[in-house]
Design a protein around this ligand. Sequence first.
Ligand code: SAH
Length: 213
Amino acid sequence: MRDTTKHLGRRNQLVNLLQQKGIKDLRVLEAIRSVPRHLFLNSSFEDIAYLDRAFPIGSGQTISHPYTVAFQSELLEVKDGDKILEIGTGSGYQTAILLKLGARVYTVERQNELYKNTAKIFNQLHIRPKIYSFGDGYKGMPNEAPFDGIIVTAGAPYVPEALLLQLKIGGRLVIPVGDEIQIMTVLVRVSESQFEKHEFGDFKFVPLLENKN
Ligand code: SAH
């Protein structure tokens, strides 16, 4: 598959839609405009890749809605050069958006099949996270901590403490919390031991898997 002016036209329409839905951050909108989402999906979804929809990406997982990717990216408040940890690489689309925002990205995926598939896509598209690892996101990446921001792209039944402890002071954890339905939650580390919590409405994610072998 290639990226053509037809695809760019569809991305422009998607950006307009996301603006109507309330996304304001121009850097995030520009990232959505420039990353070819259709190249992260199975080619059978090419024609609908720029609808605001989630799609299956294998292993029972889904690529998040563009609105959700944009909303979480906005909440993360990424600045150029920020060190960002992503839990749940999935298709790699969110990873690519974070890189466009100028972040140094550390990303972890729990499912081997997806991990290997997305490694190929990263190679093909020259997408270069600092670290792309196969492992358990509940643990974060202690050897690389602390981070300016952490984004969790699967529904967490609770906030893993390891992630809170891997934030810099002033750092932000963006995490959907809940079982069936998740509340988009931002936790800001305001001091060594204090966190400020903000909540941003209901979402529906695939679950953040625990104790998977
Ligand atoms: N950011 C992804 C969203 C994928 S859905 C994208 O843009 O496509 C959530 C992803 O989290 C899935 O790929 C799932 O396999 C992964 N995941 C689930 N539990 C995990 C865990 N404990 N650690 C890391 N990744 C996990």
